[in-house]
Design a protein around this ligand. Structure first.
Ligand code: PGA
Length: 230
């Protein structure tokens, strides 16, 4: 299993350091094959070298450096040995207005740099209500321009209506969607959307769920550890 914590715009440099300080000694109890990723805000990046977890960037601009006010490129990530990135999160697509074309451009750039990419896809409630065929059509459209054969690539299925809402997709919905996705892209497949201590056992038991991407429940070390050590 992969356990990925997405802090979004939460935590500071100091609280991230404290969080990781509490997390690290507990990770000795995790299953040796399980992998833990933490995506703190960009200002909290540092060179946290650990065999027990990987730090990634929630976002970056697809350049080495240059005149892109407000963005960071790989030169800034390299200072902290960051080689993992989230691309395509629905908050970036919907709130920050990233088009599929821009997302695909980012993917191609970070692939070229050999980054490990956690690539997010997900449908709105309106599409979910139209049924699985509409859902799959939408999800497949989010692979447009993406080299799905890239070896360093993990997919995260996150229904938008389940993110931060406390409303998790049902076991049936996750099973059906993950089974269909695995036929399209044979890569590790995470589920994200209101994952927490109360539902991790049933979600992680689903056959084609290879891990979870967690927002709210990852913000406290204790609640994230409930997932990792469940
Ligand atoms: P959530 O967020 O766990 O708070 O629903 C998941 C995500 O956006 O990655």
């Amino acid at each position: 299993m992969i356990y990925a914590a997405n802090f979004k715009t939460n935590h500071t440099r100091q609280s991230t350091r404290e969080y990781l300080g509490r997390l690290q000694p507990q990770l000795i109890k995790k299953h040796p094959n399980d992998k833990v990723y933490i995506f703190p805000p960009l200002t909290a990046l540092d060179d946290y070298t650990s065999a027990d977890f990987t730090i990634g960037a929630q976002n970056a601009y697809p350049v080495k450096n240059g005149a892109f006010t407000g963005e960071v490129g790989i030169e800034q990530l390299a200072e902290f040995n960051i080689k993992t990135i989230l691309i395509g999160h629905s908050e970036r697509r919907d709130i920050l207005g990233e088009s599929q074309e821009e997302v695909a451009k980012k993917f191609a750039f970070f692939k070229e740099q050999g980054f490990e990419i956690i690539y997010c896809i997900g449908e709105s409630l309106e599409i979910r209500e139209q049924g699985i065929e509409a859902v799959m059509e939408h999800l497949i459209s989010q692979f447009e321009g993406i080299d799905t054969t890239y070896e360093n690539f993990v997919v995260a299925y996150e229904p938008i209506w389940a993110i931060g809402t406390g409303r998790t997709a049902s076991v049936e919905e996750i099973t059906q969607t993950h089974n269909a996705l695995k036929k399209v892209v044979d890569k590790p497949l995470l589920y994200g959307g209101s994952v927490k201590g109360a539902n991790i056992a049933e979600i992680s038991a689903i056959e084609n769920v290879d891990g979870v991407l967690v927002g709210g429940a990852s913000l406290k070390t204790e609640t994230f550890l409930e997932l990792v050590l469940h």
